[in-house]
Design a protein around this ligand. Structure first.
Ligand code: KG4
Ligand code: ZN
Length: 355
């Protein structure tokens, strides 16, 4: 039999990701070019124009590398699936323009993929999880709790009212100067916090229990930044120059406390969503977490406890599928093709419009 092959192209933020997946969910080849080492001198911040230029510079090689690894030629690809949003407009356009070129030169179908839908669906590439399920998407740009009823059917229960959790992880990592920390200096943002937190005491600093009395499933993370800053000001963290024992201890304690309170907040909102599902959607028995922040094992463990307490299974894609990648975009394309929910657009008419 002839398998349908889908090439996924992801350029929404700072990772150029391309992958080829077949309709059985087999990964045929993938390539990922991360820009993080280039953004490191900025304390891991991303400059949108630089990000787009780097996508521009890398995308052809990344596509060729994915093809090479799969032993396929561009002619063997049936469908191109490309992220069309949400994300950085300049970056998204690089992926979209490249897709348009491919489609002009070769006769293929095109599927527009929603980045967050792709994060929510990836888990099904490896695990046979049926709809509906509850999903928590936690990344550098988003925080969403939703019931996934189908590849294109999402019922949103809540989302962040201000910052995304990954953004706050990244900011706190920068304030704690972890990009110069002798042990984790080459590891970015949230991952650095997770590692340093293991050495600290999570009760050392008291942070607020944000929205503790608010009876919905929304999130708020901005308050953590100001609370962390206030504590660090009090102990004059910014004036400590060397990574001596004192600075190490403060950073570890703050990383641990921050991670504890942020996880407490997420877990509280997730428990409300679990109550909602148990009451109104009894078929929903799985909690899926995805997005870059879902790589965090401390958060995974806490959410596993929440899920178990409500008789739910916790499912998380492996870390390489949680952070941005081309595989999840290709897989979302496969899901759309299989369920006939594909938005098969003329790519010439797709223009990304930031909200
Ligand atoms: O999904 P993703 O790759 O890109 C977006 O769409 O945002 O997520 C990146 C985010 C970054 O903010 C990064 O700091 C965070 O995921 N992240 C983590 C961990 N690994 C990545 N946050 C907490 N703990 C981690 N282990
Ligand atoms: Zn993402």
């Amino acid at each position: 039999r002839h398998y349908t092959t889908v090439m996924g192209i992801e350029t929404s933020c700072d990772d150029t990701g391309v992958a080829i997946v077949d309709d059985q969910g087999r990964l045929l080849g993938d390539a990922l070019q991360s820009q993080s080492s280039i953004h490191k001198p900025l304390g891991w911040g991303i400059h949108p124009v630089t990000a787009a230029q780097l996508h521009e510079r890398n995308i052809h090689a990344v596509v060729q590398s994915a093809l090479h690894k799969s032993n396929l030629k561009i002619e063997d690809i049936h469908t191109i699936a490309t992220t069309v949003g949400p994300g950085l407009a300049f970056s998204l356009n690089v992926g979209l323009d490249y897709s348009k070129k491919l489609l002009q030169q070769h006769n293929k179908r095109f599927i527009a993929v929603h980045h967050m839908a792709a994060h929510a669906l990836t888990v099904r590439m490896l695990n046979p999880i049926e709809f509906p399920y509850l999903v928590l998407l936690v990344s550098g740009g988003h925080c969403i709790l939703a019931v996934v009823n189908g590849p294109c059917e999402f019922y949103r229960l809540g989302s962040t009212l201000d910052d995304a959790p990954g953004e706050v992880f990244d900011k706190v990592a920068r304030t704690l100067e972890l990009h110069t920390h002798p042990e984790v200096g080459d590891i970015a943002g949230g991952r650095a916090i997770e590692i340093v937190a293991k050495l600290g005491d999570e009760k050392a600093f008291k942070l607020p229990h944000i929205m503790a009395g608010v009876r919905n499933c929304n999130f708020s993370f901005a308050g953590f930044k100001s609370a962390v800053n206030a504590h660090l000001k009090r102990v004059s963290f910014a004036s400590l120059s060397d990574w001596d024992q004192q600075k190490m201890t403060i950073a570890a304690n703050m990383a641990a406390s921050f991670q504890y309170y942020l996880t407490w907040h997420i877990a509280k909102r997730v428990r409300r969503a679990l109550v909602f599902c148990k009451t109104f959607n009894p078929k929903c028995r799985t909690l899926v977490i995805s997005g870059g922040v879902a790589c965090n094992n401390y958060i995974r463990n806490e959410l596993d406890k929440c899920a178990t307490a409500f008789g739910f299974q916790l499912a998380c894609p492996p870390p390489y599928l949680c952070t941005d990648n081309g595989i999840m975009i290709a897989w979302a394309g496969v899901e759309h093709l299989k369920s006939n929910t594909a938005t098969i657009l003329n790519p010439q008419s797709v223009i990304y419009q930031p909200k």
